[in-house]
Design a protein around this ligand. Structure first.
Ligand SMILES: O=P(O)(O)O[C@H]1[C@H](O)[C@@H](O)[C@H](O)[C@@H](O)[C@@H]1O
Ligand SMILES: [Mg+2]
Ligand SMILES: [Mg+2]
Length: 292
């Protein structure tokens, strides 16, 4: 039997500095500049040349070291690559999570990188660039924020969600009984559950690359992740609830009304037509923090 290579994420302060220096200096220097912006599925789903540049930098750097590995990158998929999660070692990358924020210079933009083997996430990294917050976790080894252990069990009534490209008014108003926040980046939203800063995060319509890394960070911080209907989480389903406990997650699952969303790993042609139908109803994201 082939020896299963063990992959270790050794994030030391030196790696943190390296990670910051290498990948995000491109983002931070572009953050204040004028940007060339293109629409993808809706006015709330944008891409810039920086998104594409950072994804290319990440993939070529990893491919030099691991030529056999596979990739699911947000902008590679947007350019027509299939979303195919196999047992092979696979990197799931969102080069800039929060591109709408990046374009508006709203200071919550993150690089999100997850690594899976046999479809199981081995480690995840979410770097919130402007905040200089490096969230990371490795399966079975805990979750950390800038090197300090994270624990998700501080109970409050803050729920984080997104009112982005794929939202529907109905799912937003069912949460009015909570204090609701939306940072405009699914990855950083979800990491708030790992820090205990939020009780729960839920999202319908995001993509696997938005939350692949933050999912393991929540789990390793002691949180739970499930589908919005309370069933087992499926990274390709585009539906997620992350919470500090199963009780909180099930409470959210009871009030969230899902709307149909094509799976990430459905044929691209199907996904496009879904996007067109979504385009008809998507509300443009107002780039403000919703205090409800
Ligand atoms: O900024 P990207 O990587 O496109 O991801 C965002 C997505 O496009 C939006 O629709 C969601 O509302 C955000 O939470 C994602 O971060
Ligand atoms: Mg994203
Ligand atoms: Mg992105």
């Amino acid at each position: 039997m082939s020896r299963r290579r063990l992959y270790r994420l050794s994030v030391t302060s030196q790696t943190h500095t390296l990670f910051v220096a290498h990948e995000t200096s491109v983002i931070l220097s572009a953050f204040q500049q004028q940007k060339e912006v293109r629409l993808k599925s809706s006015p709330a789903d944008l891409v810039t040349e920086t998104d594409q540049q950072v994804e290319k930098m990440l993939i070529s750097a990893i491919r030099r070291k691991y030529p056999q590995h596979r990739f699911i990158g947000e902008e590679s998929v947007a350019a027509g690559e299939a979303v195919e999660l196999t047992d092979s070692p696979t990197w799931i990358i969102d080069p800039i999570d929060g591109t709408v924020n990046f374009v508006h210079r709203f200071p919550f933009v993150a690089v999100s990188i997850a690594f899976t083997v046999n479809k199981q996430t081995e480690f995840g990294i979410v770097y919130s660039c402007v905040e200089d917050k490096l969230f990371h976790a490795q399966r079975g080894r805990g979750a950390y924020l800038n090197g300090k252990p994270l624990c998700s069990d501080i109970h409050r009534c803050v729920v984080v969600t997104e009112i982005g490209a794929e939202s529907r008014s109905i799912t937003c108003c069912v949460l009015l009984c909570y204090s609701v926040r939306a940072l405009g980046t699914a990855a950083v939203d979800m990491c708030q559950v790992a820090t205990g800063g939020a009780d729960a995060y839920y999202h319908i319509g995001m993509h696997c690359w938005d939350i692949a890394a933050s999912t393991i960070i929540v789990l390793e911080a002691g949180g739970v992740v499930m589908d919005t209907d309370g069933s087992e989480f499926d990274m390709m389903s585009r539906k997620v609830i992350a919470a500090s406990s199963s009780a909180v997650a099930n409470g959210i699952a009871q009030v969230v009304q899902a709307f149909p969303c094509r799976r990430d790993n459905e044929a691209a042609s199907k996904r496009k037509c879904d996007t067109q139908s979504e385009r008809a109803v998507a509300q443009p994201t107002a780039c403000v923090l919703h205090e409800l």
